[in-house]
Ligand binder design. Structure first.
Ligand SMILES: [Zn+2]
Ligand SMILES: [Zn+2]
Length: 133
């Protein structure tokens, strides 16, 4: 028997990535998990929904956070941090000498002028026995 979840929307949310709550679970104003029950409910357009991993629920558990308490685990663009690192990586990559291609001379196969077949490395035509250099 298959249990049909009514919370399939959770599967669309990546783990540990803050999403605007209104976009993933629209509804009435809610409270930030960290601010607690004593806080003023915020409209979901101002709340972040973050799906956390849950030890007993593979679908995870979604919590709402205000802008102040939203976990900073998001893969937010950090141009300051990633900029120099990327530049350094590029510099080291350009410094790395290219692996020289081994210069293996391509053996030009000799062809017997009579039989027009490729002569083996022995230089003797396999068809007529003629020596081709
Ligand atoms: Zn809060
Ligand atoms: Zn031949």
């Amino acid at each position: 028997m298959r249990i049909t979840r009514t919370s399939d929307w959770r599967e669309a949310i990546p783990f540990e990535t803050p999403m605007i709550a209104d976009a993933v679970m629209p509804g009435e104003a809610a409270r930030c998990t960290t601010c607690g029950v004593g806080s003023t409910p915020l409209p979901r357009t101002e709340l972040w929904a973050v799906k956390h991993r849950h030890p007993h629920d593979p679908a995870g558990t979604v919590r709402l956070y205000c802008a102040v308490h939203v976990p900073k685990t998001a893969q937010k663009p950090e141009p300051v941090a990633s900029g120099p690192a990327r530049k350094g990586a590029r510099t080291s990559a350009s410094r790395t000498p290219r692996t020289p291609k081994p210069t293996v001379p391509e053996r030009v196969a000799a062809v017997c002028p009579d039989c027009f077949v490729e002569v083996p490395p022995t230089g003797v035509c396999g068809m007529c026995g003629r020596r081709v250099d």
